[in-house]
Design a binder for this molecule. Structure first.
Ligand code: AMP
Length: 188
C-alpha cells in the first residue's frame, strides 16, 4: 500500500493533482475538504456542525477529522494506495494518522509538498471562487485560511522532514508540468 500525502497551502493545486495521481496509479483519493463539503450540502448532522467553521476558513476539530479518516480507512482497507489531500493539517492529525495506518499494517510512504507564492495563491483562490462558487474563497476568508495554514499546518513540513519523508516541489507552471514533476518523485 502506497500512502502519499499531497501537502501545501490552500490554492496550491493539491486537489487537481491528487485526482490525476489517483487516476494514474489506481489509488484512493481522499479529500477531507470534499468530504466535509458534501456533508454540508446534504445537511447531515456532521455537516451542520462544521458549516460555520468552514465558511469562516477555520479548521474543523481534530476529533471530527480523525473520525472521518478512521471511517475512510475502514471502508478502503484493501486499497492499493491513498492520496491524501487536505489531511493531515495539524500535528495531532499527523500523529493519529500514523496509528491509523499502523492498524492497516502500513505507514506514510511519501509527502510531496507543493510550494506556491502567497500572491499567486490568493489569485488562484479568487479565480476558483468565480468558477466554482466556493463560499470560503472570498478575500476575507482566504486570508484566514492562509493564517490557519501558517499557524497549524506549515509546522508539519519540519515534522515530515525530520522523518525523511518530505520532498519539496514548485507548484508553479502548467498542471501537466507539475503533474510530471510529482510523478517523477513517486517510486512506483
Ligand atoms: P480544503 O478543500 O482542503 O481547502 O478544505 C476546506 C475546509 O475544510 C478547510 O478550510 C477546513 O475548514 C476544513 N478542513 C478540510 N480538511 C481539514 C483538516 N484536515 N482539518 C481541519 N479542517 C479541515
Amino acid at each position: 500500500m502506497f500512502n502519499l500525502i499531497l501537502f501545501g497551502p490552500p490554492g496550491a493545486g493539491k486537489g487537481t493533482q491528487a485526482v490525476k495521481i489517483a487516476e494514474k496509479y489506481g489509488w484512493v483519493h481522499v479529500s477531507t475538504g470534499d468530504i466535509l463539503r458534501s456533508e454540508v450540502s446534504q445537511g447531515t448532522p456532521l455537516g451542520l456542525k462544521v458549516k460555520a467553521v468552514m465558511e469562516a476558513g477555520t479548521l474543523v476539530s481534530d476529533e471530527l477529522l480523525i473520525e472521518i479518516m478512521e471511517s475512510v480507512f475502514r471502508k478502503n482497507s484493501k486499497a492499493g494506495g491513498f492520496v491524501l489531500d487536505g489531511f493531515p493539517r495539524t500535528l495531532k492529525q499527523a500523529k493519529e494518522l500514523e496509528g491509523m495506518l499502523e492498524k492497516l499494517g502500513t505507514k506514510v510512504s511519501l509527502v510531496l509538498s507543493l510550494e506556491v507564492e502567497s500572491e499567486e495563491l490568493a489569485k488562484r483562490m479568487l479565480k476558483r471562487a468565480q468558477e466554482q462558487g466556493r463560499k470560503d474563497d472570498t478575500e476575507e476568508v482566504i486570508k484566514n485560511r492562509l493564517v490557519q495554514y501558517h499557524q497549524h499546518t506549515k509546522p508539519l513540513i519540519e515534522y515530515y522532514e525530520s522523518k525523511n519523508l518530505l520532498k519539496n516541489l514548485m507548484g508553479m507552471g502548467t498542471i501537466e508540468d507539475i503533474f510530471e514533476s510529482l510523478c517523477r518523485e513517486i517510486p512506483v
